[in-house]
Design a protein around this ligand. Sequence first.
Ligand code: ATP
Ligand code: MG
Length: 392
Amino acid sequence: MKEVILCKYGEIVLKGANRGWFENMLCRRINECAGYYGNFKVYRAQSTVFIEPIDESSDLDGVYEAVQRIFGIIAVCRAVVAAKDMDSILDTAVEYIPKFLAGKKSFKVEAKRSDKSFPLNSIEIAKQVGTALHAACPGIAVDVHTPEVVVRVEIREFGAYIHAGQLPGAGGLPVGSNGRGLLLLSGGIDSPVAGWMMAKRGVLVESLHFESFPYTSERAKEKVMALTRILARWAGDIDLHIVSLTRIQEELKRTCNEEYFTLLLRRYMMHIASRVARARDCGALITGESLGQVASQTLQAIAVTDAVAGLPVFRPLIGLDKEEIIRLARRIGTYDTSILPYEDCCTVFTPRHPKTRPQIERVLAEERKLDFNSLAAGAEATLETIRIRAEY
Ligand code: ATP
Ligand code: MG
């Protein structure tokens, strides 16, 4: 018996003339993921990408679990392939399916015939397979309304595929099909989720972390690397850039009104991030801001920081509550790492009373006390890049 994985895609089928391009991008992502687990042949037909093991050592269980994190796929199933005749289909179903019915109360069979030259129609196929399975597993009832297991027989171009249910895929669009974006990645809960949401819409993500060594520790940096590694399981390889804000923070503390520290720092972040993004061919910045969550995320504060961004800023969490963000972080797998207690540069020299409704003129007046461009350039010169390889 030959087992394969079927990845079915959704939104891509709506793409007109560009559809092939999206499909190739999806195959590329699936290939990268499958390659991590051994030797597989990856090909597509009829809105499905097939993953077929080439040799015994290929880890099909591993790929089956991992492709559920590949964006662009709406459903994943593990199926056995039979020749396209009723005898093979029945023999294969009776050999393969019973283990999925063990301990279950009811099942039904559905058939789909995309190869219309097959002599039986879907109702007849389903009926014959159902009867054979019921004979093989007499203890389990047939229930066409609310079955515990749905067995599917799909008569396709290259063969008949039989499986006992499919799992939801990650949805979205294949990573890389919607340009590149630079994620401002802190060690917190929100920004990894923001990066994940944009990767889900097809953005190839790079990340930029600002540190403030020695005020922030080596552990904080390791935490950000760990978060990036988790994100890479969904988004593929990620270039993680690290920039030091130590000098800027010290100058801010020495020179500026404390109430404006956070805002001024965030303007430096946006400015530096925009420059890094442009140099790396990224078309947007991505942040984990959620409206009103903290003082620097009020409408007025966002306007003040947005004003220095030279690129569109994507804030996919802007309308989400913390609870909703946490739920996503748990699903993605970043939550437990995010809550590790290491200092972030934003918590160094935090003002006791930050401005929640800043006026841009006052912020600019504070900012003029410093040589903005040369401080920013100095920070940019500390940039170090680490390539985080996806461990699917
Ligand atoms: P997060 O949970 O993502 O840290 P937060 O709720 O702590 O967010 P802020 O500290 O105000 O909120 O940060 C808002 C956004 O600014 C973050 O989501 C992130 O995109 C960016 N950011 C904050 N700190 C850093 C940092 N040290 N390096 C890179 N980006 C940062
Ligand atoms: Mg934070």
